[in-house]
Design a protein around this ligand. Structure first.
Ligand SMILES: Cc1ncc(COP(=O)(O)O)c(C=O)c1O
Length: 383
């Protein structure tokens, strides 16, 4: 093994998730898979050919840099949509490559027209509306101006979409806010229609929208986390299992993260392990090191807190997580050797360390833990 750990991507699990969520979104709804943040840590270049095999032909990214990576590996017939950052100097590349993108400021709208005119190619835009998230999106006082630019420059603009984003549909406390957003979005789309502007797609729903708010599904959905096998929250999972929409969990984890035993030592009772004095052996202990630390996305908050799987059992992390190494207590494991597989996330002999349990321990969300997995860890496809 050249690298100290690797990430396995299970393509059967990915296919299972995509087909299940796609079915929920409904026939005739364009399915955009969100692959921003390095495909939620799974690796853009690894995931993209696999999702194409699953029949997905539309990818949502956040930035031009991500769009460029997707562009390199995608089939020609597949679409890329940028939902966030485009610096002016890259607008020409984006328009030239027929990549569609969100427009949420008048500055960008005017700039887009300028560049589209210059290269004599229409820009494919999605007008993002503010409906309650208060992040990006045109506020209602700007819409007359937006419409006037769009009408005047219709030769240079293709209105591919009108869109907005939900403000936390995975959490029940946001219910009223989400329902208001759905209504506002529908009304605003109707207003655009009355102004003669009808996009190819109206889109609002993310994973939690598709799973929990069917009314948020318009002509297209932008689904991220659930494709990778994670519920947007435990609440959304519970709602589904309670409503018996699925007899069992329809989502399967796509990603596993594995390393190996680097060294083994015996430490007498009453000695501190790893930096500082956070862990003191209370018996003669077998201590192993694993070459993965916070520099590889194994959070320091898992010090004396996390677990890994080795020899088919769950063993604790002891002492502080280092930059490149973590120490585990294997006293109770019988057959451990240098080089044995260590599972940081995933399954071994029927036992599991899920990202969920991992991130509960770590007090962070699935989203955060996944997207923190460094790009330099090699990804291997299995299944
Ligand atoms: C604009 C936008 N659309 C869709 C998504 C996908 O959300 P999820 O991963 O919850 O499906 C995100 C994710 O943050 C987003 O920012």
């Amino acid at each position: 093994m050249l690298h100290t750990s690797y990430i396995e991507i299970n393509k059967n699990a990915l296919n299972n998730n995509i087909q299940n969520i796609r079915e929920k979104a409904g026939e005739g709804v364009r399915y955009s898979m969100v692959i921003k943040a390095n495909a939620y840590g799974h690796g853009i270049e690894t995931i993209l050919p696999l999702i194409e095999e699953c029949g997905v032909d539309h990818y949502s990214v956040f930035s031009v840099a991500e769009a460029m990576r997707a562009f390199e590996v995608k089939k020609e017939s597949c679409d890329i949509m940028i939902m966030g950052f485009i610096d002016d100097e890259y607008l020409e590349w984006v328009i030239e490559k027929e990549i569609s993108f969100f427009v949420f400021t008048l500055y960008r709208l005017r700039k887009v027209v300028e560049v589209a005119k210059k290269i004599n190619k229409p820009a494919r835009i999605h007008i993002e509306l503010e409906t309650g998230l208060h992040r990006t999106g045109f506020t209602q006082d700007l819409l007359e101006e937006v419409v006037s630019v769009v009408k005047k420059e219709s030769k240079h603009l293709r209105i591919e979409g009108i869109c907005s984003h939900l403000a936390g549909a995975e959490t029940i406390v946001n219910y009223t806010r989400i329902v208001e957003q759905i209504v506002t979005f529908g009304n605003l789309c109707d207003w655009f229609k009355s102004e003669g502007i009808e996009p190819t797609y109206r889109h609002l729903a993310c994973s939690a929208g598709v799973l929990n708010y069917p009314d948020s599904i318009f002509d297209m959905v932008r689904v991220g986390i659930s494709n990778y096998g994670f519920w947007p929250s435990n609440e959304s999972k519970m709602m589904h299992l309670k409503n018996k929409e699925f007899s069992e969990d329809p989502l399967e984890r796509v990603l596993s993260w594995k390393s190996m035993i680097l060294s083994l030592n015996t430490v007498p009772e009453g000695n501190y392990v790893s930096y500082g004095q956070s862990y003191l052996t209370n018996r003669k202990s077998r201590i192993a090191t694993v070459p993965v630390g916070y520099g590889y996305g194994f959070s320091r908050t898992l010090s004396n807190n996390g677990h890994v799987l080795v020899d088919g059992r769950r063993v604790p992390v002891v002492g502080n997580v280092n930059m490149n190494m973590v120490v585990i207590d294997v006293t109770d494991a019988d057959h451990i050797n240098i080089g044995d597989e260590v599972v940081l996330i995933g399954e071994q002999n029927g036992r599991t360390i899920s990202v969920n349990s991992f991130s509960d321990m770590n007090n962070s969300m699935n989203y955060e833990l996944l997207t923190r997995l460094p790009e330099h860890i090699p990804r291997k496809v299995i299944g």
